[in-house]
Design a protein around this ligand. Sequence first.
Ligand SMILES: Nc1ncnc2c1ncn2[C@@H]1O[C@H](COP(=O)(O)OP(=O)(O)OP(=O)(O)O)[C@@H](O)[C@H]1O
Length: 537
Amino acid sequence: MDGVAVHADTSAGTAYGPAWTDEADRPVLRVSGLSKRFGGTQALKDVDLDIAPGEIHALIGPNGSGKSTLIKILAGYHHAEPGAVAELDGERFELGQVTGSRHDRLRFVHQELGLVEELSATDNLALSRGFARTAFGNIRWPEMERRTAALVERFGLGIDVRRPLAMATPVQRAVVAIAAALQGWEGRRGVLVLDEPTAVLPPGEVARLFHIVREIRDAGASVLYVSHRMDEIFALADRVTVIRGGRRIATRPVAGLTPRALAELMAGQEKETGHQSQPPTSGTGGSTGGGTGIGVAALEVRDLWAGPLRGVGFDLARGERLGVTGLVGSGHEAVPYAVCGAWTGPVRGRVRIPERSPRWVDARNAAGLGIPLVPADRANEGVVGDFSVGENLTLPLLDRLRARLGRLHRRREDALTEAWIRRVEVRTAGRGARITTLSGGNQQKVVMARCLAQQPPVLVLCEPTAGVDVATRQQLYELIGRQADDGMGVIVSSSDTEDLLALCTRVLVVRDGRIVREISGRDITEPALVHAMEGTE
Ligand SMILES: Nc1ncnc2c1ncn2[C@@H]1O[C@H](COP(=O)(O)OP(=O)(O)OP(=O)(O)O)[C@@H](O)[C@H]1O
């Protein structure tokens, strides 16, 4: 294997490799009869799964199908219902047990990565496996930094092990989470579980992560790779298990499958593979287009500087769906945050909503315009984990929901929440359920509903379909389209060309911090977007 050697604890000098030959066929991990109920929700029902040595085994299913629940049971976070059996290399182990041989052989990188972004890679690795100390109990920082560097350097991403992870790129953070999971990994048969590791990665970084995952597999480990993206399964996996509605539908070698067959297994019916992009029904693009209120600008942005952005300006018409895109690092990712006043670094420029006021607002005060943002990183920026579905939904509306004496008008709050849950079809046990009990796609719908419930003239979405399954993606597209038809100006910042093709009436392509190309209407095609992003027109 060149590049990444995935033994983790360099101080211990251990390594895992393709050690087995005679036990070649015995599954490394086998679970059977796995069921889990949360109140009225049957999250898993009698699920069986086996992972072969040295395979990348994908677990795929729509939002809410039970993937994370299965992973959390394996990780000991949830208990399974009685009757479940689990074996590692033929040896029974207790599900829910988080120490001993299970811990040595099953390692996890959860969707939320479990990192403290204010701390460095060194601190984060130490948090998961403890600090090296001198005989007097002092922490041996140089040794810890050396060890961490040795681990992460192998992934070749130039990670500075002393800098806070908040300053790292998404793929660097994912790699730190993987390195943390692999620390102290012994040379025995084991499974690295990756729960939707690409959900918050831009496409350019997805390819790097795939490379790393393959190297881990080539070093002899097995990988259980959770996803709901079919393209990832075909690019990466050896076998795939499909779950739907908490049941295992099938386990198949990927080599024998077509995208259509996999889509049918996932959907349970004849289904086209992937989303068919619809020509947008409204918004003609440019500052003069728009389904409603033609010619009226919903938002004007001038000379915006923030992070990599170097003087970006544009108009958004009412009813327009404006895409903003570019390669990783091009600067397009900064546009939504800067426009909404959510950029954390220095920013300058001017922004205004002309129908509210002719006065320009300094971009440093853009938050005062109250433009809602659907952020890219839902878990960290989108939801308040300790709050219920209802509280997350009505958070920005509290002023409107005040009754006399400043008390909250509970009945109005409940009615509003119920209406939005129905409208965006959130799958939840109820408005009082904690938001973290919802599947990722359903949490995204709550964030979207929260923004829409404010009835803003402008909505800004950043990577709106990250971590969202095909059916939910379609629902979100329709919802966004309907809002635009009603006159809302929508900015969609996305590195997923499928979003841009399906949603946008005009796309601004950013390179080196500047808008280099504007593509409108039927000229918005995959090749046109890719060429403009890469500068190969
Ligand atoms: N702690 C919990 N309490 C109550 N219900 C839960 C809890 N965790 C999950 N659920 C429910 O169990 C079902 C399966 O959820 P799970 O998160 O496992 O789905 P998923 O396949 O991982 O979805 P996604 O792709 O959207 O992340 C969903 O209906 C979810 O709302």
